[in-house]
Design a binder for this molecule. Structure first.
Ligand SMILES: [Zn+2]
Ligand SMILES: [Zn+2]
Length: 134
């Protein structure tokens, strides 16, 4: 069994931590964000901070296949980047990772590409391993 590690991420726009101390998913502090669906519903979403874990909870129901806007709860910046998901062409949403690089997810609910990846893989993974003592 690989060890479960939590990622700490920051808003790429204002630099504030996105970790929500008050909300746990799988006993880890979740990543708290605001979302807006295509029909204008707004609410909070909490993503699991565990690397490779795709669980989330959300105040508003997101239909399978729906693309939603993710906003920083501190500065309200839309976190979508001018990048498309390789699987479904929805916008990619990125956060700054505290150990270096970026964590990216697809903004479409249920997309198989909906997981965290590191950019600048070499540096991030080296820090990841030294920080968590694999
Ligand atoms: Zn922000
Ligand atoms: Zn996708």
């Amino acid at each position: 069994m690989p060890k479960k590690v939590s990622l700490t991420v920051k808003c790429p726009n204002c630099g504030e931590f996105l970790t929500d101390d008050t909300h746990l998913i799988n006993n880890r502090k979740a990543i708290g964000l605001n979302i807006k669906t295509s029909d204008g519903k707004e609410g909070k979403i909490w993503l699991s901070s565990i690397y490779g874990d795709y669980n989330y909870t959300c105040e508003v129901p997101i239909p399978e296949g729906e693309v939603v806007d993710f906003m920083c709860p501190h500065c309200n910046a839309n976190l979508a980047r001018p990048l498309e998901c390789e699987v479904c062409q929805a916008p990619i949403v990125s956060f700054t990772c505290s150990i270096g690089g970026k964590v990216s997810i697809c903004s479409r609910n249920g997309c198989k590409n909906h997981y965290v990846v590191f950019e600048n893989l070499d540096t991030a993974v080296r820090k990841f391993y030294s920080e968590y003592g694999y």
